[in-house]
Design a binder for this molecule. Sequence first.
Ligand code: ZN
Length: 245
Amino acid sequence: MEDKIKELQRLVDEASRIVFFGGAGVSTESGIPDFRSVDGLYNQKWDYPPETIISASFFAAKTKEFYRFYREKLLLNGIKPNAAHLKLAELEKAGKLLGIVTQNIDGLHQAAGNKKVWELHGSVLRNYCTRCGEFYDDSYLRENPGEDGIPRCSSCNGIIKPDVVLYEEPLNERTVEGAFDAISNADLLIIGGTSLTVYPAAGMVRYFKGNNIVLINRDPTQSDEIADLVIHDSIGKVLSQIKVT
Ligand code: ZN
C-alpha cells in the first residue's frame, strides 16, 4: 500500500491539470448513505424502491410521497466535508486541479472550497418553483415543509422541485459538456468512490487524453483494468496522505 501511495504522490507531483471524478463513495465517508444501495430500509418503510421514488414520473404523480423520502434520505442536515473533499480543495487552491466531476448531489465539494465542480446529477442545495422559476435554497425546504407535505413557492404557490436530476430525466447538457471538456484537458484523471458502471461515468473516461488514470475504491470494480494505478482503500484515507506542493 505504501508503494501505491508513493506512486500516487509522484503522479500528483508531475501533474498540473488534475481532474477528479467522484461517485457515492466520496460522500459515504461523510456519513451520507448511498440511497441506491440495498439496505432493506425501503422494504420496511417505503412502498416503492428508491429508484422509483426518485423519478420524474413519481415526482409528478406522488409529490408528497417523493418529499417524504427526499427529506429523510437526501435533504440531510449538518453534514461536513471529509478528508477527500478537503484534499481536493487544497489541490484546486494550489492550481493543480482543473475541476471535479461528481455524481453526488450534496454540495460538499463546494463546502470544502472547490469552485469548479460539475454536478452531473444536480444539487439538493438548489430548488426551483415549477411555475415561476423562483430559486429556493435547501434551508427554505427545511423550514417550509408545506401544509400537505409539499413545499410551495412563496410568491406564486407553485410546487418547488429540487434541482436534482431524477431518473427518467436527461442530464444537463451544459454540465455534461463542461465535464467532458475538463476531462479531455486533464493530464491526470483520478476516479474515486465509484464503480464506473453508472451512466455516463464509463463513457466519460473515453474523453481522457492524458497520461494516467488512477482508480481509488474500497472494492474492486469491473473498471480496474482501465486504470494505471488502482488503490483499494478509503478515498479519504488515501488522499489525506498526499502532500500538495
Ligand atoms: Zn413560483
